[in-house]
Design a protein around this ligand. Structure first.
Ligand code: KE4
Length: 429
């Protein structure tokens, strides 16, 4: 008897490429049929067959309060009754700009868009317009959305121009992007020494969530900040994932490093489409209609999406919100490490605020190369055993996981208990 997810997936593939609207959802990395969901509440999800799961994806970050928080749903229902969109300014956009500026003071001015991709694409364009330079630096393993300039991998010589990492990206576009190794401070110094004054901007995930979780070395981040300052390159912190998740003020508050531009997404929409980029006023003033850098969007600042974001951000400001979220996430991670050790499985894990990384390797990786050494097959087996037990982890060994404020001690205990059985099953015989 095929499940409803299997039936839906079969049909979806006829009309939607790969049956999904975003590739990672297709379970290609872990194998099997993607689960189709119909309901979420708090820490729980129910699939189309009525099976219940504890959710550790949280829609890849936005659902930090848990699913269907009553205050957020109520606010959205009320504002939606006044029309879904105007394509004209509203007081709500000023309200969220004020709140973002209060919580992330480096964002002296902010512009809203409708996705993280739009935020990073626009941030790079305004950095290029501001500096008059073209070169863009990113880091292997970091993901910043799917705009052309960012779908680039390291060229043959790491300090030479990049090559497209996706079909459809012209070589001429990729040629302006340099891809370095994350946490490689010497390579940063070498690049800036060689061509620092040609670099328009450097974009980085200050805590990486897109090659699994990788934490920065403080010396690496501080060197990056100092070099960008010295050479007049714009430092862009891509906090689409870390924003309001690793700290109320984002990773920049956690590490006390002030970027020139920050990009946001996910949490600031509370599950609806909102992205944002913002930073130094002298840079943001280059944007149309004031300056020569064009950027626009029909639904940018959409009142319903902004309301979901505002309702979410307001609830994050309770005094111990992030301390409790970080403690709950660490409890999960510590429990998983103990369960793996008990079963004799080579495994490590770590967390930063409300996001975590699980690795079937001796130690937590600090670079893309180290991430790739982890045992992907063992992760995939573990993933499916946990899915069968009603635990929904990211369907890829190269993604971070997320805990919400709705995850209870009972949820964490249930998860660790399921992991004990799963680790035993994947342990070497
Ligand atoms: P969106 O365009 O997907 O809203 O944001 C792109 C983006 C930008 N920057 C960072 C640091 C991100 O993590 C993302 C998107 N994250 C992925 C999760 N790995 C979204 C999931 C997906 O692509 O379906």
């Amino acid at each position: 008897m095929t499940s409803k997810s299997q039936q839906l997936f079969e049909k979806s593939q006829q009309l939607i490429p790969g049956g999904v609207n975003s590739p990672v959802r297709a379970f290609r990395s872990v194998g099997g049929t993607p689960v189709f969901f119909k309901k979420g509440l708090g820490s729980r999800l129910w699939d189309v067959d009525g099976k219940e799961y504890i959710d550790y994806i949280n829609s890849w970050g936005p659902m930090i309060l848990g699913h269907a928080h009553p205050d957020v749903i109520k606010a959205v229902q009320e504002v939606a009754a006044n029309s879904l969109s105007f394509g004209a300014p509203t007081g709500l956009e000023l309200e969220i700009a004020e709140l973002i500026n209060k919580l992330v003071p480096s964002m002296e001015q902010v512009r809203l868009v409708s996705s993280g991709t739009e935020a990073t694409m626009s941030a790079i364009r305004v950095a290029r317009g501001f500096t008059g330079r073209n070169k863009l630096v990113k880091f292997e393993g970091c993901y910043h959305g799917h705009s052309d300039a960012l779908l680039v991998k390291a060229g043959s010589g790491l300090l030479t121009f990049g090559e497209p990492s996706s079909a459809g990206v012209p070589a001429e576009v990729a040629a302006h992007t340099l891809t370095l190794e994350y946490n490689n401070t010497q390579q940063l110094k070498d690049l800036f020494e060689a061509s620092g004054d040609e670099i328009a901007c450097v974009i980085i995930e200050p805590v990486v969530g897109n090659m699994n979780l990788v934490v920065p070395h403080m010396e690496f981040l501080q060197t990056l900040r100092d070099l960008c300052t010295r050479h007049g390159a714009v430092l862009i912190f891509d906090e689409v994932m870390t924003g309001f998740r690793v700290h109320l003020g984002g990773a920049q508050a956690l590490y006390n490093i002030r970027p020139d531009i920050t990009t946001l997404g996910k949490v600031i929409g509370g599950g609806l489409p909102v992205g944002a980029f913002g930073g130094r006023k002298d840079i943001m003033q280059c944007l149309a209609p004031l300056g020569a850098v064009y950027q626009a969007g029909t639904l940018s600042g959409n009142p319903v999406a902004v309301t979901a974001g505002l309702a979410t951000l307001k609830l994050l400001q309770t005094p111990d919100f992030h301390a409790k979220l970080a403690a709950q996430t660490k409890k999960l991670v510590d429990g998983l490490v103990s369960a793996a050790r008990e079963a004799g499985v080579v495994f490590s894990a770590q967390s930063v605020g409300g996001m975590f990384g699980l690795y079937f390797s001796e130690k937590c990786p600090t670079s893309f190369a180290e991430v790739m050494q982890a045992n992907k097959e063992q992760f995939n087996q573990f993933f499916h055993l946990m899915l069968d037990a009603g635990i929904y982890l990211a369907p890829s060994a190269f993604e971070a996981g997320f805990v919400s404020a709705a995850h209870t001690d009972a949820d964490i205990a249930f998860t660790i208990n399921a992991a004990k059985a799963a680790f035993k099953a994947v342990a070497p015989k």
